[in-house]
Ligand binder design. Structure first.
Ligand SMILES: Nc1ncnc2c1ncn2[C@@H]1O[C@H](COP(=O)(O)OP(=O)(O)OP(=O)(O)O)[C@@H](O)[C@H]1O
Ligand SMILES: [Mg+2]
Length: 234
């Protein structure tokens, strides 16, 4: 699905990713965990071409995409939900979804797409006329994820979907992610919640200082180095 070889990326002179190899197969969920500042968000941004890629290769369905503009990447089937829920707080839920489809002038088409989203996420239908800021944190997160599904991606990039949510709501978000995956969408998740993310993931990458420190299935959480970082060595 997506393959990354020896990726070096960052922001201007600030080099963050220092030789990343990464892969996700069709239908998989892959998590990226690691300490703050490790470069997790930067890895997602490199795929979506919203930071500087210095060298290396990013292949999507066998084709190099490193130099495609973001707009083309969306058309190719990649979607991105950034860290911190980028929704429009002063617009209604319905208007937020319409904004995600503003490039389409065909009103009927837009209505149909949004109807599909409401069928998938009944809570959004219930709240469609409410201003987005009045939604709970979990509902805002669902709105953000729903927006990234409007273009029917085959690969979804989610940056910290559970951030700032209480444990029960986090569980619901992970359940939602799993359901999206069951529809055949491959998903890359960046997560602080290593344990919950690992439960739904086929592969986990641990990033440290711009490099892949570890890679494997959820058994790697038992690794001594991981325990030191996440659970204070216990
Ligand atoms: N737009 C930017 N311009 C310059 N430097 C940036 C920018 N975004 C991030 N950085 C820097 O890149 C480094 C890696 O950031 P990144 O956001 O990828 O980390 P992260 O692993 O996602 O961390 P966190 O867990 O805190 O979200 C940090 O030192 C950060 O300050
Ligand atoms: Mg981040």
């Amino acid at each position: 699905m997506l393959k990354i070889k020896d990726l070096h990326a960052g922001y201007g002179k600030l080099k963050i990713l220092k030789g990343i190899d990464f892969a996700i197969k069709p239908g998989q969920i892959v998590s990226i965990i690691g300490p703050n500042g490790a470069g997790k968000s930067t890895l997602l941004k490199s795929i979506f071409n919203i930071c500087d890629v210095y060298s290396g290769e990013i292949l999507f369905k066998g084709n190099s995409i490193s130099h495609l503009p973001t707009y083309d990447l969306i058309l190719e089937g990649i979607s991105y939900s950034p860290q911190g829920r980028h929704i429009f707080p002063d617009l209604t839920v319905n208007e937020n979804l319409e904004m995600g489809l503003y490039i389409f002038k065909d009103k009927k088409y837009v209505k149909k797409k949004i109807e599909d989203i409401y069928n998938k996420f009944p809570i959004l239908k219930e709240k469609k006329e409410k201003l987005a800021y009045s939604l709970s944190g979990g509902q805002q997160q669902i709105l953000s994820i729903a927006r990234s599904l409007l273009h029917e991606p085959s690969l979804l990039l989610l940056d910290e979907p559970s951030l700032g949510l209480d444990p029960k709501t986090q569980k619901e978000i992970f359940k939602t992610i799993k359901e999206i995956n069951k529809d055949g969408i491959s998903i890359i998740i960046v997560e602080q919640n290593a344990k919950q993310a690992s439960e739904i993931s086929d592969v986990i990458y641990v990033l440290e200082d711009g490099k892949v420190a570890l890679k494997g299935d959820k058994s790697i959480l038992k690794d001594k180095r991981i325990k030191e970082v996440y659970f204070g060595g216990r």
